[in-house]
Write a protein that binds this ligand. Structure first.
Ligand SMILES: O=C(O)CCC(=O)C(=O)O
Length: 223
Protein backbone atom coordinates (compact mmCIF):
# COMPACT_ATOMS: atom_id res chain seq x y z
CA UNK A 1 0.00 0.00 0.00
CA UNK A 2 1.30 3.45 -0.85
CA UNK A 3 0.93 6.45 1.38
CA UNK A 4 1.50 10.08 0.62
CA UNK A 5 1.22 13.18 2.73
CA UNK A 6 -2.01 15.10 2.58
CA UNK A 7 -1.87 18.51 0.89
CA UNK A 8 0.28 20.94 2.84
CA UNK A 9 -2.11 23.19 4.82
CA UNK A 10 0.07 26.22 4.12
CA UNK A 11 -1.08 27.40 0.70
CA UNK A 12 0.94 28.86 -2.13
CA UNK A 13 0.47 32.63 -2.78
CA UNK A 14 0.16 31.90 -6.51
CA UNK A 15 -2.99 29.88 -5.81
CA UNK A 16 -4.83 33.11 -5.09
CA UNK A 17 -4.23 34.71 -8.47
CA UNK A 18 -3.92 38.10 -6.75
CA UNK A 19 -1.21 39.42 -4.49
CA UNK A 20 -1.56 37.47 -1.27
CA UNK A 21 0.33 37.58 2.00
CA UNK A 22 0.57 34.26 3.80
CA UNK A 23 1.58 34.05 7.43
CA UNK A 24 2.42 30.68 8.92
CA UNK A 25 1.64 30.94 12.64
CA UNK A 26 3.07 27.50 13.35
CA UNK A 27 1.47 24.24 14.50
CA UNK A 28 -0.82 24.09 11.49
CA UNK A 29 -2.29 27.60 11.83
CA UNK A 30 -2.07 30.12 9.04
CA UNK A 31 -3.55 33.37 7.78
CA UNK A 32 -3.93 34.36 4.15
CA UNK A 33 -4.46 38.06 3.39
CA UNK A 34 -5.50 39.27 -0.07
CA UNK A 35 -5.56 43.11 0.03
CA UNK A 36 -7.25 43.65 -3.35
CA UNK A 37 -9.75 40.81 -3.34
CA UNK A 38 -12.67 42.92 -4.63
CA UNK A 39 -12.26 45.92 -6.93
CA UNK A 40 -12.41 49.30 -5.18
CA UNK A 41 -15.63 50.63 -6.80
CA UNK A 42 -17.45 47.32 -6.60
CA UNK A 43 -16.55 47.17 -2.91
CA UNK A 44 -18.20 50.55 -2.37
CA UNK A 45 -21.33 49.36 -4.15
CA UNK A 46 -21.49 46.35 -1.85
CA UNK A 47 -20.83 48.57 1.16
CA UNK A 48 -23.65 50.93 0.29
CA UNK A 49 -26.11 48.10 -0.38
CA UNK A 50 -25.29 46.32 2.88
CA UNK A 51 -25.28 49.50 4.97
CA UNK A 52 -28.80 50.31 3.74
CA UNK A 53 -30.50 46.94 3.23
CA UNK A 54 -29.27 44.62 5.96
CA UNK A 55 -31.62 44.46 9.01
CA UNK A 56 -28.84 45.34 11.46
CA UNK A 57 -29.43 44.74 15.17
CA UNK A 58 -27.37 45.42 18.26
CA UNK A 59 -28.38 42.58 20.59
CA UNK A 60 -27.85 42.10 24.29
CA UNK A 61 -25.24 39.41 24.91
CA UNK A 62 -23.99 37.69 28.06
CA UNK A 63 -20.24 37.63 28.66
CA UNK A 64 -18.45 36.53 31.86
CA UNK A 65 -21.76 36.50 33.80
CA UNK A 66 -22.72 40.02 32.72
CA UNK A 67 -25.26 41.32 30.20
CA UNK A 68 -24.20 44.04 27.80
CA UNK A 69 -25.11 45.44 24.43
CA UNK A 70 -22.93 43.95 21.71
CA UNK A 71 -20.53 46.77 20.72
CA UNK A 72 -21.32 46.55 16.98
CA UNK A 73 -24.30 45.87 14.72
CA UNK A 74 -24.84 42.37 13.46
CA UNK A 75 -26.90 40.13 11.18
CA UNK A 76 -26.78 36.40 10.42
CA UNK A 77 -27.46 34.73 7.07
CA UNK A 78 -27.49 30.94 6.64
CA UNK A 79 -28.66 28.19 4.33
CA UNK A 80 -31.90 26.42 5.34
CA UNK A 81 -31.84 23.47 7.71
CA UNK A 82 -28.57 24.21 9.53
CA UNK A 83 -28.23 23.86 13.31
CA UNK A 84 -28.86 27.17 15.11
CA UNK A 85 -25.96 29.49 15.89
CA UNK A 86 -25.79 30.60 19.53
CA UNK A 87 -22.97 32.77 20.87
CA UNK A 88 -22.64 34.66 24.16
CA UNK A 89 -26.17 33.55 25.09
CA UNK A 90 -27.64 35.08 21.93
CA UNK A 91 -29.35 33.19 19.12
CA UNK A 92 -29.56 35.34 16.00
CA UNK A 93 -32.39 34.87 13.52
CA UNK A 94 -31.04 33.22 10.35
CA UNK A 95 -31.96 35.20 7.22
CA UNK A 96 -31.90 33.56 3.82
CA UNK A 97 -29.30 34.30 1.11
CA UNK A 98 -32.19 34.98 -1.30
CA UNK A 99 -33.21 38.04 0.67
CA UNK A 100 -29.90 39.79 -0.13
CA UNK A 101 -28.75 38.82 -3.66
CA UNK A 102 -25.44 40.80 -3.56
CA UNK A 103 -24.31 38.52 -0.73
CA UNK A 104 -24.50 35.60 -3.14
CA UNK A 105 -22.18 37.47 -5.52
CA UNK A 106 -19.64 37.99 -2.75
CA UNK A 107 -20.01 34.34 -1.70
CA UNK A 108 -19.36 33.26 -5.31
CA UNK A 109 -16.18 35.37 -5.42
CA UNK A 110 -15.00 33.84 -2.13
CA UNK A 111 -15.70 30.31 -3.37
CA UNK A 112 -13.79 31.07 -6.57
CA UNK A 113 -10.63 32.18 -4.78
CA UNK A 114 -10.90 29.34 -2.23
CA UNK A 115 -11.69 26.27 -4.34
CA UNK A 116 -13.17 23.46 -2.28
CA UNK A 117 -14.65 25.76 0.33
CA UNK A 118 -18.39 25.34 0.81
CA UNK A 119 -19.49 28.16 3.06
CA UNK A 120 -23.12 28.00 4.12
CA UNK A 121 -23.37 30.76 6.71
CA UNK A 122 -22.36 34.36 7.08
CA UNK A 123 -22.04 36.65 10.07
CA UNK A 124 -22.14 40.34 9.18
CA UNK A 125 -20.72 42.96 11.54
CA UNK A 126 -21.00 46.74 11.21
CA UNK A 127 -18.70 49.00 13.22
CA UNK A 128 -20.18 52.48 13.19
CA UNK A 129 -17.18 54.29 14.63
CA UNK A 130 -14.08 53.91 16.73
CA UNK A 131 -15.87 52.76 19.87
CA UNK A 132 -17.36 49.75 18.15
CA UNK A 133 -15.15 46.72 18.45
CA UNK A 134 -14.87 42.98 19.02
CA UNK A 135 -12.75 41.78 21.93
CA UNK A 136 -10.32 38.87 22.04
CA UNK A 137 -12.09 35.65 21.09
CA UNK A 138 -11.86 32.63 18.83
CA UNK A 139 -14.54 31.22 16.59
CA UNK A 140 -14.32 27.81 18.22
CA UNK A 141 -18.02 26.91 18.32
CA UNK A 142 -18.50 23.16 17.78
CA UNK A 143 -20.81 24.05 14.90
CA UNK A 144 -17.78 24.84 12.71
CA UNK A 145 -15.78 21.66 13.39
CA UNK A 146 -12.24 21.43 14.75
CA UNK A 147 -10.25 23.17 11.99
CA UNK A 148 -12.65 25.55 10.28
CA UNK A 149 -11.62 27.71 7.36
CA UNK A 150 -13.14 31.17 7.91
CA UNK A 151 -13.11 33.83 5.19
CA UNK A 152 -13.43 37.45 6.27
CA UNK A 153 -14.21 40.26 3.78
CA UNK A 154 -13.78 43.88 4.91
CA UNK A 155 -15.56 46.88 3.41
CA UNK A 156 -15.36 50.53 4.37
CA UNK A 157 -13.25 53.56 4.12
CA UNK A 158 -9.78 53.60 5.56
CA UNK A 159 -9.89 56.54 7.91
CA UNK A 160 -7.77 59.42 6.74
CA UNK A 161 -4.88 60.30 9.00
CA UNK A 162 -5.29 57.01 10.80
CA UNK A 163 -4.16 53.49 10.38
CA UNK A 164 -6.72 51.15 8.80
CA UNK A 165 -8.85 48.91 11.00
CA UNK A 166 -6.88 46.07 12.42
CA UNK A 167 -7.42 42.46 13.06
CA UNK A 168 -5.04 41.19 15.69
CA UNK A 169 -4.05 37.67 16.53
CA UNK A 170 -2.70 36.80 19.92
CA UNK A 171 -1.56 33.55 21.45
CA UNK A 172 -0.61 34.07 25.07
CA UNK A 173 2.34 36.39 25.41
CA UNK A 174 2.28 40.06 24.41
CA UNK A 175 5.18 39.54 21.99
CA UNK A 176 3.41 36.68 20.29
CA UNK A 177 0.97 38.83 18.32
CA UNK A 178 0.33 39.53 14.66
CA UNK A 179 -1.48 42.56 13.30
CA UNK A 180 -3.22 42.88 9.94
CA UNK A 181 -4.52 46.10 8.40
CA UNK A 182 -7.82 45.14 6.80
CA UNK A 183 -8.31 47.30 3.74
CA UNK A 184 -11.51 48.12 1.88
CA UNK A 185 -12.21 45.17 -0.45
CA UNK A 186 -9.73 42.84 1.26
CA UNK A 187 -10.05 39.17 2.18
CA UNK A 188 -8.48 37.49 5.20
CA UNK A 189 -8.68 33.73 5.61
CA UNK A 190 -8.08 31.94 8.90
CA UNK A 191 -6.98 28.33 8.44
CA UNK A 192 -6.06 25.15 10.26
CA UNK A 193 -5.71 25.19 14.05
CA UNK A 194 -6.03 28.94 14.40
CA UNK A 195 -9.35 28.89 16.28
CA UNK A 196 -7.90 26.33 18.71
CA UNK A 197 -4.57 28.05 19.35
CA UNK A 198 -5.09 31.77 18.73
CA UNK A 199 -7.42 34.62 19.68
CA UNK A 200 -8.34 37.51 17.42
CA UNK A 201 -9.85 40.95 17.94
CA UNK A 202 -10.71 44.22 16.23
CA UNK A 203 -9.85 46.84 18.85
CA UNK A 204 -11.41 50.26 19.49
CA UNK A 205 -9.83 53.13 17.60
CA UNK A 206 -10.04 56.50 19.28
CA UNK A 207 -10.34 58.73 16.23
CA UNK A 208 -12.26 56.49 13.85
CA UNK A 209 -15.51 58.03 12.65
CA UNK A 210 -16.50 56.16 9.52
CA UNK A 211 -18.30 52.86 9.19
CA UNK A 212 -16.68 49.51 8.52
CA UNK A 213 -18.56 46.36 7.50
CA UNK A 214 -17.10 42.90 7.88
CA UNK A 215 -18.45 39.62 6.52
CA UNK A 216 -17.25 36.30 7.92
CA UNK A 217 -18.15 33.27 5.83
CA UNK A 218 -18.17 29.95 7.69
CA UNK A 219 -19.24 26.38 7.10
CA UNK A 220 -21.68 24.99 9.66
CA UNK A 221 -21.24 21.20 9.92
CA UNK A 222 -24.30 19.05 9.49
CA UNK A 223 -24.79 15.62 11.07
O1 LIG B 1 -14.67 42.42 11.98
C1 LIG B 1 -13.81 41.57 11.89
O2 LIG B 1 -12.86 41.68 11.11
C2 LIG B 1 -13.81 40.37 12.81
C3 LIG B 1 -15.12 39.72 13.07
C4 LIG B 1 -14.97 38.55 13.97
O3 LIG B 1 -13.92 38.32 14.51
C5 LIG B 1 -16.07 37.65 14.20
O4 LIG B 1 -17.19 37.90 13.72
O5 LIG B 1 -15.85 36.64 14.87
Amino acid sequence: MDFKLKTNPIPNPNDYGKKAQIVDLGNGSSVVYVPKFLAYDVSWEFFSYLDNHIPWTRPTIHVFGRSCMQPRDTCYVASAGLPDLIYSGYQPRAYSWDEFPPLKDILDAVHKILPGSMFNSLLLNRYKGGSDYIGWHSDDEKLYGSTPEIASVSLGEIRSGEKPPLKRFKKSRQDDQHRFALKHGSLLVMKGNIQRDWLHSVPKRAKAETTRINLTFRRVMQD
